[in-house]
Design a protein around this ligand. Structure first.
Ligand code: UDP
Ligand code: MN
Length: 324
């Protein structure tokens, strides 16, 4: 087991917070595997220290600084910066098998059984199920594969501008070749699915093992009142949202914030925890009111405000009125 690891990536302090919560959630569910965080040079000292307390290995990957092939690839495709950093996970050859997890994922139960799977195993993307979602995937580190991936990247780029496009291009037979490489959706449950197929969510959502806060608004974009256990960075509807966001914040505020406090010492830092009443003005500043035209446009781009205006409760209320 010492040669297998969970791997994540954080290029800045925001994603580092995600990585801290993810690492804690893996530990809380007693993983027997190593934990590795790849970080970029922008991650601050205090955040690096906290990551080092949670992870077995914290490795700096500075694509710009490195003399390796990734640097050369980067010169040709500067648009794919974070993508090249993510591909670095294939260089972790002191492990024989790894599970990559986005920093915006949260583990809800032990998932060590994922190591029974082979490269490249992943769950379908909710937006285009013939593509896998690259937020959770099983892979085998190998310098050979790493080289091929970089070459693929420079030659073909990424059809979506990110790592998911590159990886789906490279592992292009995923959809049809081997069903055992299709991870059940419960290993990468995105909140989008709750709204696109609510009965299925009600039926199977309780079995979720990993939630993925995919999309523009991340858990750390909100604020949280730890006493009232409320999300305060959005309209009050968010409190009735399925509890995943609250799960993230309870773990962050109880386990991670004290560690950050210790590292920052006297230096001020913004924990995201706000005690007392929720602040409507603050909420509106974070989530500006959109016209219904703008909202429709956002919906169509897959960017519904699930935590606020387009929350489950609001959608349900609307449907109920129609059905009546
Ligand atoms: N990431 C990062 N810094 C960035 C953007 C992304 O470290 O500025 C990493 C992080 O691990 C993140 C992953 O790349 O979880 C994929 O990006 P994101 O989760 O934002 O994409 P989404 O899942 O929303 O498509
Ligand atoms: Mn993600």
């Amino acid at each position: 087991m010492a040669d297998q690891a969970f791997v994540t990536l954080a290029t800045n302090d925001s994603y580092a917070r995600g990585a801290m919560v993810l690492g804690k959630s893996l530990r809380n569910h007693n993983t027997s595997r190593k934990l590795v965080a790849l970080i970029g040079p922008q991650v601050s000292e205090p955040c690096q220290s906290v990551l080092k307390r949670i992870y077995d290995e914290v490795r700096m990957v500075d694509v710009l600084d490195s003399g390796d092939t990734a640097h050369l690839a980067m010169m040709k495709r500067p648009d794919l910066g974070v993508t090249f950093t993510k591909l670095h996970c294939w260089t972790l050859t002191h492990y024989s098998k790894c599970v990559f997890m986005d920093a915006d994922t949260l583990v809800l139960s032990n998932i060590d059984e994922l190591f029974d799977r082979e490269e490249l195993s992943a769950a379908p993307d909710p937006g285009w199920p013939d593509c896998f979602n690259s937020g959770v995937f099983v892979f085998c580190p190998s310098m050979e594969t790493y080289g091929k991936l970089l070459q693929y990247c420079t030659e073909h780029g990424s059809f979506d501008g990110g790592d998911q496009g590159v990886l789906n291009g490279f592992f292009s037979n995923w959809a049809t070749a081997d069903i055992s490489k299709h991870l059940p959706f419960i290993y990468n449950l995105s909140s989008i699915a709750i709204y696109t197929y609510l009965p299925a969510f009600k039926q199977y959502g309780g079995n979720a093992k990993v939630v993925h806060f995919l999309g523009k608004t991340k858990p750390w974009s909100y604020t949280f009142d730890p006493k009232a256990k409320r999300i305060t960075g959005s309209t009050h509807e968010a409190t009735a949202h399925p509890t995943f966001l609250l799960d993230w914040w309870s773990l962050f505020s109880s386990a991670v914030v004290p560690m950050l406090q210790e590292q920052y010492g006297d230096q001020p830092f913004h924990s995201g925890c706000v005690e007392g009443e929720s602040f409507p003005s603050h909420a509106q500043a974070l989530q500006p009111q959109l016209s219904s035209e703008e909202r429709k446009e956002k919906w169509e781009q897959g960017q519904a405000d699930y935590m606020g205006m387009d929350s489950f409760d609001n959608i349900k209320r609307k449907l109920d009125t129609f059905l009546k």
